[in-house]
Write a protein that binds this ligand. Structure first.
Ligand code: CIZ
Ligand code: SF4
Length: 347
């Protein structure tokens, strides 16, 4: 039963003490989050893992790219585990290193040495290594503006992987017109753009988040019609059109802070992942909060980490079995860490 599993997890946490560290992403289920030592968005969790020197076992409750980042930022004696190896990220899967190498060859042919690559942390370690090797950095939704500005101090143009929406929304916010943004399509290796290519300032990788893409202009129109007073806040992984029509947009942490600071009785519709929206609803009974999309929008891969998987992972540690260990090879780590450190130095 759940009670038995919970009791067992509590016992293992007591037994391992500081040797065990369980970071939990905001999009994780409540049944998992209750056991997290810390919760946060991807940036906060990366910083907390980098700062933790005593844990031998880091059981990462989040998705694969986050566990990879934790492994890259921790020491060799610290092992990172992902309770379910199928907890990937469909966005990260939209850019593989072969496509990226092909894109870089084609783009440097077109533009010479004028492009700084940036990758959203929602990407594989191999992509982070590619970016690190080529003078670029990682970004998260919390620091995308300052990182994009930084990239423009390095080169005339940027290549932004793998989320076209975060890239477009961020570049637009810092003053780059939409007409100066092109899209790289990794399926046919083509640049989608209608003007003179010298005018291009931002090359957006054609990837997206399958969860945040489900918040639509229609959802916003429906809500505004049924409740003109409601405030709509969305994550910048939503499309440009949705971000444009929303009242506000920002990272996971920004959304949480906005709701915490909101007036009692205020009404909100939130365009981000379901588990976080539900938790905000529970934690703020004095505010009226709904999901921007009535079908709620869960991240299916985040949800793969559940109580049985967490317990199974902890049991395997107690039994000294090296199961579901996430280990990024040395070569990749060496380059990926450059990209991460350029970000963490400015975060
Ligand atoms: O969509 C995600 O995976 C997000 C928002 C991650 C994060 O915490 O930045
Ligand atoms: Fe990936 Fe989207 Fe899920 Fe985040 S919410 S882990 S970007 S699929």
């Amino acid at each position: 039963t759940s009670e038995e599993m919970e009791a067992r997890i509590i016992a293992i946490k007591l037994q391992l003490g500081e040797k065990l560290f369980i970071p939990g992403h905001h999009y994780q289920k409540d049944e998992v989050i209750q056991f997290a030592n810390v919760t946060g968005d991807s940036l906060q969790l990366a910083q907390l893992c980098a700062a933790n020197k005593q844990a031998e076992h880091i059981v990462f409750c989040g998705v694969h790219f986050m566990a990879e980042t934790a492994d890259i930022l921790t020491n060799d004696h610290q092992k990172v585990y992902l309770p379910d190896m199928r907890a990937g990220c469909s966005m990260a899967d939209m850019a593989n290193i072969f496509q990226t190498d092909r894109a870089w060859d084609a783009l440097t042919e077109m533009f010479g040495d004028t492009i700084a690559p940036l990758t959203y942390v929602n990407s594989t370690a191999a992509i982070k290594a590619f970016v690190g090797k080529n003078g670029g950095a990682t970004v998260t939704s919390s620091n995308a503006h300052s990182m994009v500005k930084w990239a423009f101090t390095q080169k005339e143009r940027i290549l932004f992987l793998p989320d076209q929406h975060l890239g477009r929304n961020t570049a637009y916010d810092i003053g780059i017109p939409l007409e100066q943004m092109a899209v790289w399509n990794p399926i046919n290796d083509k640049l989608e753009y209608e003007g003179e290519i010298e005018d291009i300032k931002v090359i957006l990788w054609k990837g997206h988040c399958s969860v945040h893409e489900k918040f639509t202009v229609q959802n916003i129109a429906d809500l505004r019609e049924s409740d003109p007073e409601i405030r709509i806040i969305v994550h910048p992984e939503c499309s440009r059109e949705v971000v444009e029509l929303a009242d506000d947009n920002g990272s996971t942490k920004y959304i949480i802070d906005a709701i915490e600071n909101a007036a009692p009785g205020s009404k909100w519709a939130i365009g981000t992942e379901m588990n976080l929206v539900n938790r905000l609803i529970q934690n703020h009974p004095n505010k009226q909060i709904v999901s921007l999309n009535p079908s709620m929008c869960p991240c299916l891969t985040m949800n793969r980490i559940d109580l049985p998987h967490l317990l199974w992972s902890l049991d395997s540690i107690v039994n000294n079995e090296d199961i579901n260990v996430i280990q990024v090879d040395e070569e990749t780590t060496k380059d990926a860490i450059k990209a991460l450190e350029r970000m963490l130095a400015r975060a």
